[in-house]
Design a binder for this molecule. Structure first.
Ligand code: GSH
Length: 217
């Protein structure tokens, strides 16, 4: 029996993108079912499959996994190359992934993921600006250390890249200050066929959810 990944609307669902991209990059096969946000039956459809009432959820036989990072970890048990091979690098990759998973609230609120938005104007709070600087620090530090091994944070693609993928989309959606290293890392994603598959799907979404729209066109 194959695995089924339940996702939110691709244009907006940052948490759904992360495990979806990890699975695609590791060539793990899965079926996907999208539950669009803010429809009359959204809540009941999500609750049918997800004990937390949130997506993403992975269903594999009797097992339900209902959190993006936990799903990524499950994929890494199937395809261990989703984390760096060296244990100290794995620990750092898990640290930056957990930092993303549990933080950056101002960026999430003020720059909601929106694939179809382009160069929108936003006035960021100091907290959001500080969070962007912290992301620059993480990306620049890792790119400087591992550039010889490839274009992802640790050279080869890992779950850490999947965790930051929605930030990359936000940097295209909103006009904010970025460093050359950030720009180069953004381009790495926009040259990746798996990531572009999500982008193309999301560009076809016709649903507009006003509460998830940020910035001025
Ligand atoms: N910590 C969870 C967060 C999941 C989450 O917040 N999902 C949002 C969408 S991205 C959701 O399901 N919202 C329900 C709704 O908007 O109806 C994870 O990492 O998976």
């Amino acid at each position: 029996m194959s695995m089924t990944l339940y996702l939110g609307t691709k244009n907006y669902s940052s948490w759904s993108l992360r495990p979806w991209l990890a699975a695609r990059k590791a060539a793990i096969k899965f079926d996907e079912i999208i539950i669009d946000f803010d429809q009359p039956d959204t809540k009941s459809r999500i609750l049918e499959v997800s004990p937390s009432g949130k997506v993403p959820v992975l269903i594999h036989k009797e097992l339900k996994i209902w959190d993006s990072l936990a799903i990524c970890e499950y994929f890494a048990e199937i395809e261990p190359q989703l984390w760096p091979e060296q244990s100290d690098l794995r620990a750092i990759a898990r640290s930056v992934s957990a930092e993303m998973h549990s933080g950056f609230m101002a960026i999430r609120n003020e720059m909601g993921m929106n694939v179809k938005a382009k160069h929108r104007k936003v006035t960021l709070t100091n907290q959001a600006q500080e969070e962007l600087l912290r992301i620059d620090q993480i990306w620049t530090g890792l790119r400087q250390q591992y550039h010889a091994q490839g274009n992802w944070l640790f050279g080869k693609f890992s779950i850490a890249d999947a965790m930051f993928a929605p930030v990359v989309i936000r940097l295209k959606a909103y006009t904010v200050k970025t460093s050359p290293t950030m720009q180069a890392y953004v381009e790495t994603f926009y040259n990746d066929s798996a990531f572009l598959e999500w982008i193309n799907d999301a560009e076809q979404d016709t649903l507009i959810v006003p509460r998830l729209e940020c910035g001025q066109v």
